[in-house]
Design a protein around this ligand. Structure first.
Ligand SMILES: [Mg+2]
Length: 125
């Protein structure tokens, strides 16, 4: 099932419950922040290697986080009438241009503030 089909499945899920006209992006944003907090609670204050171990041990909880977050994101996309599959494709296409692999392998990071190079300015010209 692709993203578009999942988005439609979610529309049907809401419709079956009489929620098709509910609209509250602010609450959904708070929901997704809460989901991030749940994942953070698993790995807070520990180094990267230990984080990998914890996620491996608590794979089911991590999977719940991914599922819940995607559910909320697709619900937001439906409410805003946004094609999530198209949006993700456009984001990937932009990132491919902004972050060429040959440059990113050298600088390790796209964020200029973290010492990397972001070709956003160059790309927009
Ligand atoms: Mg959750």
């Amino acid at each position: 099932m692709d993203i578009k089909e999942l988005q439609n499945k979610l529309k049907e899920f809401d419709k079956a419950r009489g929620w098709e006209n509910d609209w509250n992006i602010k609450d959904l944003l708070l929901n997704i922040t809460e989901e991030g907090g749940e994942l953070w609670d698993l790995i807070k204050w520990i180094d990267t290697e230990k984080q990998k171990e914890v996620i491996k041990e608590k794979k089911e909880e991590a999977s719940d986080y991914i599922g819940d977050s995607l559910f909320i994101l697709l619900k937001m996309a439906n409410q805003m009438d946004i094609d999530a599959q198209k949006a993700l494709n456009e984001t990937l296409n932009e990132y491919e241009k902004r972050m060429p692999p040959e440059i990113m392998k050298k600088v390790k990071h796209a964020n200029k503030h973290a010492g990397g190079i972001d070709n956003k300015q160059k790309w927009q010209i």
